[in-house]
Design a protein around this ligand. Sequence first.
Ligand code: SAH
Ligand code: SF4
Ligand code: F3S
Length: 479
Amino acid sequence: MTTKKLYIKTYGCQMNVYDSARMADVLAPLGYAPTEVPEQADLILLNTCHIREKASEKVFSEVGRLRPLKGLAEADGRRLLIAVAGCVAQAEGEEIQRRAPAVDIVLGPQTYHRLPELVRRAEGGERGRGLVDTDFPVESKFDFLPEEAAGQGPAAFLSVQEGCDKFCSFCVVPYTRGAEASRPAARVIEEARRLVAGGAVEITLLGQNVNAYHGEAPASSSSGAGVGDTWSLARLIRALAEIEGLERIRYTTSHPRDMADDLIAAHAEVPALMPYLHLPVQAGSDRILAAMNRKHDAEAYRRLVGRLREARPDLAVSGDFIVGFPGERDRDFAETLRLVSDVGYAQAYSFKYSPRPGTPAAGTGEQVPEPVKAERLAMLQQLLDEQQIAFNRATVGRRLPVLLERAGRREGQLAGRSPYMQSVAVEAPPRLLGRIAEIEILEARPNGVTGRVVTLDTDRAPDRPRNPQPEGRAPAPAA
Ligand code: SAH
Ligand code: SF4
Ligand code: F3S
């Protein structure tokens, strides 16, 4: 079989990063091997994001940039195919074909197991509508993934849940990813074992709404599961924490409404569960939260963070914010600043509201003018930046276990993450790559910290207790 080259460019969230890797997996049997060089590619795959207008428009400019490569490939006696996958493909499949005829294949996030078939047909010369697949099929793409997935390295992603039923009034995800669905726990555990066998030390469980996870319980689960029983995310995390060699577990992204008691308890009781939580709130004004259809108020969020910190006092909290949501007044925005001050974020992402076609908020008449959005965003980001640097400063002088994941930016450096998701740069020999080392934090930078190697964590504590059972512990009272 001749080797063909596959170039993938990924936009958007970590789930897209995971999906891109899986698409590379399903294309491998067709003879496609990854390349970093688009000029050498026989197939270019853009895995797209629809979340904000800017993200969405990138697809069309990128296709415009890539189109000349088709002519170059032809002159070279090759044929270059361009495929657009992901959330823009789902939302605007037919429009992509109309606006960008250079695109050969369009497929949504739920149909990538059908990609090999589409590629085969495109290779055979088929064109047009038949190569647009934006179904929400009954079968799950996860059931068609090849077992021998390419290694992801020391810090791996694992999708456990997909789609969203929350319908926040600003958000396209329920439309692009479809209804909430969880993978069976046994499948997740199998995949986690494979990842660990392939060198993963840390696994981040992914879902658009990951803490709403309710996957089918394993047939032989010790909890005596019967048919139709499901596991919560907390139960899944406890099972994963038993896997030998899996030192760290994270999960993202969570919705405040689905932060169940057992999950909060897991933060207190499962040592492998890292003390970092991305818990978006979006806004601090109850009026705006209601208009966003977030289904909770600011006080509930404050209480929730309080309960989480009771369970895990050093928990680093991260969040997402939207400024300039339709109808947001100065005093609403002031409530967002107040909430941020109260919570104290280790890190956060903030965005100007972007009206998305087909979402309820896009049609409302009270759109906030662009300069007001820009001004609010700058104010919010200044506060969040101050909090991030304060968080980083507070770790200076401490010794933290850091998973060294990759080569650092400078010669002789490795880079990794602290338990709190801070990015850490250290002078370290390459043999420490993929290991957890104890690092003394020396200096805080706006986007991370630097440190020095003290010892290898894995040399020091090879068999610490990993997953103490929560026996006799009553669940925390509901907020
Ligand atoms: N499922 C996650 C977030 C998914 S989208 C959650 O519920 O929190 C990631 C972030 O993009 C959101 O948290 C939100 O802050 C931002 N976002 C989503 N839609 C947006 C829009 N229309 N305009 C601006 N930001 C948006
Ligand atoms: Fe979008 Fe809201 Fe669902 Fe998050 S919870 S994906 S913001 S609709
Ligand atoms: Fe973007 Fe789709 Fe993720 S819209 S943020 S790629 S779920």
